[in-house]
Design a protein around this ligand. Structure first.
Ligand code: PRP
Length: 208
């Protein structure tokens, strides 16, 4: 499997976002090129198989929409929800808020997520899916923030390795904002330090 290319030199921050965004980490053109390459690679590897894609809500939606349009294999699509705020959970414990409904037994399964951070989410989702005995289970993440890993897990297909900075855009949020940005960007620290945008959906995400 070819190594993911490091992000290229920075694109300018659009005027409308200067107040919130420190810099563009990965431009929309870089994302498009990488997603196209990932799609080709996955299509080759999964050719001829009945493939189920299981996407992790919510941040993966933009990546997923672009990725599946770059696949040349027939797929069926389902979603799982994982939250760190499930009822009755201890701090940091994950709860499944939406389970996979498709039958993955004996199928080829590709789990898609936007970012691999501590690794807890992907570990939880893949562990659960393996109980249903898929024929093959692979993972695809757009971003990999290795520095924060707490669980030994890696993406089988990875878009970009990124540094330990709080990133938003292309599906990734801070307090549910910024998901619609067409690029991946580093948020200005004062935005999340001020807490003005509301409670972060993932308190641990902003780099300390
Ligand atoms: C984000 C992201 C991944 C998860 C990765 O989800 O979408 O699913 O964090 O983090 P981990 O590797 O530390 O487990 P989040 O819980 O922020 O929800 P969202 O997708 O709705 O933004």
């Amino acid at each position: 499997m070819p190594k993911p290319a490091p992000p290229a030199p920075r694109a300018a921050v659009p005027d409308a976002w200067r107040e919130h965004i420190d810099r563009v980490l990965i431009s929309r053109e870089e994302i498009a090129a990488r997603v196209q390459a990932l799609g080709a690679e996955i299509s080759r590897d999964f050719a001829g198989r009945d493939t189920v894609i299981v996407a992790v809500l919510n941040g993966t939606v933009l990546f997923l929409a672009d990725l599946i349009r770059n696949l040349t294999i027939p797929v069926r699509l389902d979603f799982v929800g994982v939250s760190s705020y499930g009822a009755g959970t201890h701090p940091g414990e994950l709860a499944v808020t939406k389970a996979c409904r498709l039958d993955v037994r004996g199928r080829d399964v590709l789990v898609v997520d936007d970012i691999l951070d501590t690794g807890k989410t992907l570990d939880r989702v893949t562990t659960q899916l393996r109980q249903f005995k898929p024929r093959r289970l692979r993972t695809c993440v757009l971003l990999d923030k290795k520095a924060r890993r707490q669980v030994k897990i890696r993406g089988d297909y990875t878009g970009f390795q990124i540094p330990d900075e709080f990133v938003v855009g292309y599906g990734l949020d801070f307090a549910e904002r910024y998901r619609s940005l067409p690029f991946i960007a580093v948020l200005k620290p004062e935005v999340f330090q001020a807490g003005g945008a509301g409670k972060p959906s993932r308190p641990s995400r902003p780099a300390a």
